[in-house]
Design a protein around this ligand. Structure first.
Ligand SMILES: C=CC(=O)SCCNC(=O)CCNC(=O)[C@H](O)C(C)(C)COP(=O)(O)OP(=O)(O)OC[C@H]1O[C@@H](n2cnc3c(N)ncnc32)[C@H](O)[C@@H]1OP(=O)(O)O
Ligand SMILES: NC(=O)C1=CN([C@@H]2O[C@H](COP(=O)(O)OP(=O)(O)OC[C@H]3O[C@@H](n4cnc5c(N)ncnc54)[C@H](O)[C@@H]3O)[C@@H](O)[C@H]2O)C=CC1
Length: 332
């Protein structure tokens, strides 16, 4: 095995710095895969990993990158063979053990998903964010909400989770309302399938939050949290569902029990990180078939490893649109 390059993030004096290192591959333990990483992504969580006090990294130095898409170089598991194309994300990847911002990565085979119809670039364009969108949409469909029930609002609409959620929901025939703070992205959101674009929720941030507002949404995909999620909960229709995955607008949630006990609404928590491998592989199979995003090329922005820093800055500022796909073959 030849040596490989890796981006290392380190923490000192309350600052996270990065450097490129050349490393020698370590021998595999039983049940592991060595993957030639072809593509990774830049998720909001990757931005947190590169931010002091971000709360997601368990030990520095670390190779960040919570998404890995590539080809198996070596396997000590009978489930995978050299040459298999795989995607792996979540669990401890890029937070407690080295992740995808390297030319090679080693992961337990029990964390990997074999790819069939998607290329490794397409799998990285879906990545953790797109997978979370698929989990959110599945939660709404599984709750029995149908396109005839009324509009579905997607918050954080221009981001990774939001963009793919719009794409998937519109593909299934739902009327999607995109909530975004970026007026310039309106055309792009319509291309993804949004029927209407509104501003960030609550639309009037100065208005006093009410326990119940006028019913507006049959369902919602929320990756913003905070005041946006509180607003969504209080404006869901009777029996509505919100799939809540994120916190870009804040981790707090100020609400009352009224929407739950008077309208029977459901707050469905979405977790992509510790989701067990069997449902994870089953959902990836759907992402490759009936839940395949229709506009991956519109959402994906290709960058090299040298582009990660600028994307992280933009994600932190809430100014990034789409999903950055990191090509590990360039930018070193
Ligand atoms: C792709 C996914 C995402 O983007 S999710 C959003 C990004 N994630 C975050 O922002 C979470 C960052 N984490 C934190 O801010 C903190 O860890 C915390 C607020 C969640 C908890 O911090 P605190 O200092 O109060 O407690 P501990 O760190 O000691 O943990 C308490 C308890 O929770 C378990 N735990 C911690 N992190 C996670 C996690 N990510 N997933 C699941 N469980 C977690 C931890 O093991 C402790 O449980 P215990 O049984 O005591 O071991
Ligand atoms: N629960 C889970 O398993 C997962 C959770 N997440 C979480 O979902 C959220 C979105 O993740 P990504 O799509 O990767 O991020 P992203 O940065 O691509 O998208 C975030 C979106 O939120 C918007 N936004 C930023 N600040 C805001 C604010 N103050 N108010 C309203 N909107 C704001 C941005 O403009 C953008 O549209 C993050 O909080 C992330 O941690 C993401 C993936 C998995």
């Amino acid at each position: 095995m030849t040596h490989f390059r890796a981006l290392i993030a380190d923490l000192a004096d309350d600052t996270v710095t990065t450097r490129v290192e050349t490393r020698d591959p370590a021998p595999l333990e039983p049940g592991q895969l060595r993957i030639a990483v072809e593509f990774s992504g830049v998720n909001f969580k990757d931005a947190l990993a590169l931010t002091p006090g971000g709360g997601v990294v368990r030990r520095y130095p670390i190779v960040p990158g919570i998404d890995i898409a590539g080809t198996v170089l070596e396997s000590t598991s009978d489930q995978f063979a050299e040459g298999d194309r795989v995607v792996a994300h979540g669990y401890e990847i890029g937070t407690a053990r080295d992740g995808g911002y390297a030319e090679q990565a080693v992961v337990p085979a029990e964390w990997a998903v074999k790819l069939d119809a998607l290329s490794t670039r397409e799998a990285a364009a879906v990545g953790t964010a797109g997978f979370t969108a698929a989990l959110s949409v599945a939660a709404i469909v599984d709750a029995g909400i149908t396109p005839g029930d009324g509009p579905v609002v997607v918050t954080g609409a221009t981001g990774g989770v939001g963009s793919t959620s719009i794409d998937l929901l519109a593909g299934l025939g739902y009327e999607v309302v995109a909530s975004s703070g970026k007026p310039a992205a309106a055309d792009r959101l319509r291309e993804l399938g949004a029927a209407e674009i509104i501003g960030r929720l609550p639309l009037d941030p100065d208005a006093k939050p009410r326990p119940l507002g006028k019913s507006r949404w049959a369902a919602a995909v929320d990756c913003v949290g905070g005041a946006a999620l509180a607003d969504v909960i209080s404006t869901l229709d009777y029996g509505g569902v919100v799939a809540a995955s994120g916190l870009t607008g804040g981790a707090g949630l100020k609400t009352t029990v009224m929407p739950f006990i008077l309208r029977g609404v459901t707050l469905a928590g979405i977790d992509s990180v510790l989701l067990p491998i069997e449902p994870r592989r089953a959902l990836w199979q759907r992402i490759e078939t009936d839940l395949r995003p229709r506009h991956l090329d519109l959402v994906a922005n290709d960058i090299g490893i040298d582009g990660v820093g600028a994307v992280v800055e933009a994600l932190r500022a809430g100014e990034y649109t789409g999903r950055a796909v990191v090509d590990l073959g360039r930018g070193w």
